[in-house]
Design a protein around this ligand. Sequence first.
Ligand code: OAD
Length: 254
Amino acid sequence: MEIKTELAPLIDILHKTKRVVVLTGAGISAESGIPTFRGEEGLWKTYRAEELATLSAFIKDPRLIWEWYDWRRGIIGSKDFNPGHQVLANWEKLFPAFHVITQNIDGLHQKAGSYNILELHGNIWKLRCTEEETITENHSTPLGEIPPHCSNCGALLRPHVVWFGESLDPSILQSAFALSSSCEVMFVVGTSAVVQPAASLPLSAADSDATVVEINPDPTPITPYADFSFRGKAGDILPRIDGELSLINPSGEE
Ligand code: OAD
């Protein structure tokens, strides 16, 4: 299959499209100043994931794990959404059915104004009771107590994120596959597409004859399945697509 790199044929398709899904990864937040996982400055190069992002590491030393998350919360909390997040938030009003499926835990899609979001790997601003499984939102940086405890039962709280070796929430995953296999266009933005099951979502869209559009400075395992590949930064490419869309359709209506 020939991979297209021009905007015009994509804009034609988008003008006829009602159902759009965007799968995002760490790359969309890179321009906000949040390190990706696998790049040159990738988080997993400085820290060994298996030492920090696992349940056994948390059980062994909850204070250490919470210190790491508290540090990450401090970094993320000081950052803002970028033009890439902004465009996706705007597109929720442009397309009749528009959903973001994100692997990111940083909450920047919400900060930009997106509502229809499936968070596959959880959210760093949510804390989960290890006894009651209740989830609370907490935006304090730094946290008042490390490690934090449940105000109801006193048990340890953990970050509401998916760690290595843990399963994704089955209902979120089911919704993500349902959306991916029924959308007309899927954008795949800023993910290395090596972590499953998220990496299978674009394949499910491609199998269902959706138009797959990849936005990434580098090729990924998804690239051969993409109908369009735009090599560049999300914060440049998404506003360019948005600009072309509103040029032809300035009211934002069909
Ligand atoms: P990665 O760090 O693996 O990949 C980031 C991708 O973003 C790479 O393909 C980069 O080329 C691309 N990229 C970098 N800057 C970009 C920019 N400005 N615009 C667009 N793309 C850019 O991050 P993920 O694919 O999100 O899981 O990683 C997936 C999962 O691996 C994470 O959710 C995390 C990690 O283990 C958990 O914590 C469960």
